[in-house]
Design a binder for this molecule. Sequence first.
Ligand SMILES: *Cc1c(COP(=O)(O)O)cnc(C)c1O
Length: 224
Amino acid sequence: MISEQIKSIKASLPEGVRLIAVSKFHPNEAILEAYEAGQRLFGENHVQELTAKHESLPADIEWHFIGHLQTNKVKYIAPFVSLIHGIDTPKLLKVVDKEGAKVGRVIPCLLQIHIATEETKFGFSREECLEMLSSGILSELQHVQICGLMGMATNTDDEVQIRKEFHTLRALFEELKETYFKDAPAFKELSMGMSDDYPIAIEEGSTLIRVGTKIFGERDYSKK
Ligand SMILES: *Cc1c(COP(=O)(O)O)cnc(C)c1O
């Protein structure tokens, strides 16, 4: 079941779009089944769960941190994380830089942009993002690399609205690519799209989709 889902989703992806299997709340056995099907990119949103899984699962898995990251927990994932999707404050970016320096790494990061109508979702507004970039902060930080943007659409059945939000994120991505990241070829990732909306996200230019439920089934939160 898991392996079939992995294969069918992967087969449907256009070139240039990569699948992150969001394995949060799912056990190692489920991850290994996806791994056996060839999946190597996995996403988690709790630091403790991620570090435990990283220690017990194959070393060639690329672990993506996709949730809200608390500054005091960065140190636990800094040695191995492949991409942090949720940079949502200048403070967090500075802490990631500091922890990257301690372990001798340049840590790949995405800036999370708030595109949904819900107030609960984290992320920079367009203005906050531009303000941070124009502050010159990036030139001071040698141990983070901004690889693109991440966003989550509103949780709604309204496809027109979802498309509009992804479109807005894509437009900001293109704008930044031509301005602040003109000389930064690493700025190329647009992380958008989950189980219910990834086909729309791909049409709007996503390069990284984050899919959990459609691969692993419903999450059992009662086990935590
Ligand atoms: C849980 C989660 C996903 C995956 O959601 P599904 O609907 O299960 O595909 C994607 N992105 C983020 C940030 C998440 O927290």
